[in-house]
Design a protein around this ligand. Structure first.
Ligand code: FMN
Length: 184
């Protein structure tokens, strides 16, 4: 069975809810490694959790997740990304499937910029980006509510994630799992 690694940062738990939904969507189709990036993994600004990076080394597909902070990925996620540069120089993550998810407090809180960054991170590693094939605003089930084809953009409406965003995350997990199986 392929391995899907879900590498994400979350403080207050919203991005973590999305990470768990991605895992639910892939369940039964891939093995799943939930890789939560923790502030304690960062010392003097450097991400130092080699075990987490080695999990991604073994993965066939990777979902990158970060809240949108000040119009981009959280600094803690960026520290993790910067620590992957040793892998970049050898293109060790090349040809893995990659996708991304983010959340914010606002419906249009510059989540696209975070997703753009996640896709560029994947491109730097030679990974194969997997977006969403759900036409925004036209899905009968209401998925891809915010109309983001690059990846899952969500926001907390009235302080909580809408079910439609969790369903979109599940779909993203399912799609990553299918692509990982096809790519294997
Ligand atoms: C420092 C900081 C910056 C933020 N910047 C943005 C932003 O640019 N756009 C936005 O929509 N939400 C922004 N937010 C809201 C967070 O994205 C939102 O609370 C998110 O749910 C936090 O993720 P978590 O629950 O996984 O920790 C910001 C929050 C913090 C703490």
């Amino acid at each position: 069975m392929p391995l899907l690694a879900i590498a994400y940062f979350s403080i207050s738990g919203t991005t973590e809810q999305l990470a768990h939904a991605v895992a639910r969507g892939a369940a039964g189709m891939t093995e799943i490694a939930l890789c939560r990036i923790a502030g304690d993994d960062i010392a003097a600004g450097r991400f130092q959790n080699e075990v987490l990076l080695q999990t991604i080394d073994r993965a066939d597909a990777v979902a990158f997740g970060s809240p949108t902070y000040m119009g981009g990925p959280a600094a803690q996620f960026k520290a993790f990304a910067d620590a992957s540069s040793d892998r970049w120089s050898q293109q060790r993550w090349a040809n893995k499937i990659a996708g991304g998810f983010t959340t914010g407090a606002c419906a249009s809180g510059d989540q696209l910029h975070t997703l753009s960054y996640l896709s560029i991170l994947a491109a730097q590693h030679g990974m194969l980006w997997c977006g969403l094939d759900i036409p925004g605003g036209e899905d009968p089930a209401g998925r891809n509510r915010l109309g983001s084809q690059l990846g899952l953009a969500s926001h907390q409406a009235d302080g909580a994630l809408p079910q439609s965003d969790l369903s979109t995350a599940e779909y993203l997990g399912q799609r990553l799992a299918k692509m990982a199986a096809r790519n294997g």
